[in-house]
Design a protein around this ligand. Structure first.
Ligand SMILES: NC(=O)c1ccc[n+]([C@@H]2O[C@H](COP(=O)([O-])OP(=O)(O)OC[C@H]3O[C@@H](n4cnc5c(N)ncnc54)[C@H](OP(=O)(O)O)[C@@H]3O)[C@@H](O)[C@H]2O)c1
Length: 428
């Protein structure tokens, strides 16, 4: 039986998961692959660091060239994270004729076009299933199983940390700060949680999903984004009282040749399957013009789920090596005719704090009407206080018009205390 040799860059959470799965499922994997898979070398930063995993310590190295220049290694698995040196290592591996598997969302989101071209030029494969949705096979489903569709829409909960925090705020009435602390205690949030709670992690993942779904590479910095730091437990309760859940949604939608793409905390009606995605789970809702609507759901991170995605990519590459096939990565140029518009229009939830007296709602709706903002529903949440919360759900409106209308509302200081919150609403 042939041997396929792997060079592992990184032996942290995901690298250890890969090692564990290869050991636990060795027979199943060998039978499927028809070859022996051997880890030849493992790059780490610190050889002496204690590690929670049983393995041959002779495999460890701190010299990347032991892997990148090693003629015996067929597949390089990059699990270091961050842009550099991971990006340079991936490029060097491909130039040296090695296939690459990575779970690195930052590198793929930022440089996918360049990397796909380099893979084609060097006749090697690059796979990145673990970079979005951990163990959920999102990339394979979109690029292979749905290849016969035009994808019209993707709406995803693709960051487990923020979903866990919002779930605690909703179910236990916790404040944002308390829910974040709980997420850190449970290991769902890092000591520096900013990339998750500010939406950067979701932007990277959305850029990757958009590239493979719409054939267009949108640079992460061009994707409008808002995190969840300004969401309060009260806002979640107000939204729930009118039939919605609050989720951090990553959205990419082809609307008549325009690609709307953005990450925002949004209201989603309770009857939508995304509203039922709780805790650290992830889900991606996809609309294709042939398949219709479908949703993929599962663990979006973690050592073993992400390791599972990495192993799947390795096995896929081995299958291609045995058939001497090459897939090509041309999907990132098909969509260049789409115009990227970010957040153009939508339906919005607006909470105003208003004076509780007759005629106030009329003044507000007339003012909004002057800016072509029409109201789908209004709900007043309390009475008797000096200022009471009133919630408006608008019909579809351009964001610019909404902002102009709300600027005028802010000037109505005799009746409006505050424009307290603006959130997108996904209407289905
Ligand atoms: N963790 C998850 O659940 C998850 C889910 C999906 C995707 N991912 C992605 O998977 C990748 C790995 O994540 P992780 O959580 O496994 O990271 P991690 O636990 O921080 O592990 C990183 C590993 O890379 C090594 N390393 C870091 N910088 C290095 C350098 N300059 N030179 C040599 N070795 C270096 C570290 O060595 P030492 O061990 O010596 O420190 C460590 O073994 C990232 O791209 C991440 O975004 C992670």
């Amino acid at each position: 039986m042939d041997i396929i040799r792997i060079g592992l860059l990184g032996l942290g959470n995901v690298g250890s998961g890969v090692m564990n799965i290869l050991r636990q499922n060795i027979n199943k994997i060998r039978e499927y692959a028809g070859v022996h898979i051997e880890i030849e070398k493992v790059l780490v930063r610190d050889i002496n660091k204690p590690r929670d995993i049983v393995f041959d310590e002779q495999l460890l190295t701190t010299n990347p060239q032991d892997i990148l220049d090693n003629p015996d290694i067929d597949i390089v698995v990059e699990l270091i994270g961050g842009i550099e040196p991971a990006f340079s290592y991936i490029k060097q591996a491909m130039v040296n004729g090695k296939h690459v598997v990575t779970a690195n969302k930052a590198v793929i989101a930022t440089y996918c076009k360049e990397l796909f071209e380099l893979a084609d030029k060097n006749n090697v494969e690059i796979r990145f299933e673990g970079s979005v949705g951990g163990g959920i096979p999102l990339i394979d489903t979109i690029t292979n199983k749905l290849a016969g569709n035009q994808i019209d829409e993707l709406v995803g909960i693709i960051n487990g940390t923020t979903n866990y925090i919002l779930s605690r705020m909703s179910r236990e009435g916790m404040s944002f700060e308390a829910a974040l602390k709980k997420a850190q205690q449970k290991g769902y949030a890092e000591a520096d949680p900013s990339s998750d709670i500010e939406g950067q992690d979701a932007i990277y993942k959305l850029a990757i999903l958009a590239a493979i779904s719409f054939g267009l590479h949108v640079s992460p910095q061009d994707i409008p984004c808002e995190g969840i730091t300004r969401i309060s437990e009260h806002e979640i309760r107000y939204a729930e009282e009118i039939g919605y859940a609050v989720k951090l949604l990553a959205t990419a939608r082809n609307r008549d040749g325009k690609l709307e793409i953005h990450v925002h905390p949004s209201l989603i009606p309770n009857h939508h399957p995304l509203a039922a995605v709780h805790d650290e789970f992830n889900a991606l809702f996809i609309k294709g013009n042939a398949v219709g609507e479908l949703m993929l759901y599962g663990k979006g991170a973690g050592s073993m789920p992400t390791g599972s995605a990495v192993i799947g990519d390795i096995l896929d590459i081995i299958k291609m090596m045995r058939q001497s096939a090459k897939t090509g990565s041309s999907f990132v140029s098909n969509g260049e005719k789409l115009k990227v518009v970010g957040e153009e229009s939508g339906s919005y939830y607006i909470r105003l704090q208003v004076v509780d007296k007759p005629g106030v709602l009329g003044i507000i709706t007339t003012t909004l009407g002057k800016h072509d903002i029409s109201i789908a529903s209004v709900a007043q949440q309390g009475m008797g206080q000096e200022l009471v919360p009133v919630i408006f759900i608008t019909h579809e409106v351009e964001r610019e018009k909404l902002d102009r209308g709300l600027d005028e509302i802010r000037k109505l200081s005799h009746v409006v205390g505050e424009v307290a919150c603006i959130l997108r609403v996904e209407s289905y």
